[in-house]
Every structure is written in structure tokens, then in C-alpha cells.
Design a protein. Sequence first.
Length: 111
Amino acid sequence: MTYINKLPKKSRKDDTEKRKERKKFYNSKIWLDLRERKLKKSPICEICIVEGRVTAANQVHHEKGIMNYDVLDYEKATDYDSLVSICSQCHGKIHGKNNKDNNNNSNDNNK
Ligand SMILES: [Zn+2]
Ligand SMILES: [Zn+2]
């Protein structure tokens, strides 16, 4: 395995660039087609199913991600096998987006 702790510190500008790159991809015809194909084939959230729930999927997640460090990896992004049909709730969870608490200050001792 490779160590990746030598990445140079990036400014916020790069984040914006990355976001732009992703946005561009997610608006591309190739992605919209791929996404539609995936959702047609597996219209049920694949995460919920594992947990015994049946939820309509309305998003498609890239299991392997689409970024190769700072660059959008086109091959990964268009790899049908790495797509996962998913509902927005599960998707949010996977990406660590909790609607509410963004306060992850050090250790939370909530029990
Ligand atoms: Zn789900
Ligand atoms: Zn995702």
C-alpha cells in the first residue's frame, strides 16, 4: 500500500476546482445515461436491501469514488460495475453528510 501523507497542502481554490470538475461530469450526457441505465436496472436502494428495507433508489453512488486524489478519474467514474443504486438517505450517510450535526469537535461522549 502506498502512503499518501505527502500530499501538498491545497488551497480552497482547488476544492472549488474539484467540485467544478465533478459537477461537469455529473452534468455530462455519458453520466446521465449511465445513471439512468443503472437506476432502471436496479431501482431499489442496494444498501437498504442489505438492511432488510426496500427503498426506491433515486441516486447512484460510485463505490470506488470518482476522484483520483485531485483529478477526476474518468474511467472510475464511468465504470458501471462500481455503481450502486442508492437512496438519498443512505447516500448522505456514506458521504458522512448528516443533515443535522456538523459539530464533530474532538470526542463526543454522548452515551
Ligand atoms: Zn437506502
Ligand atoms: Zn456517492
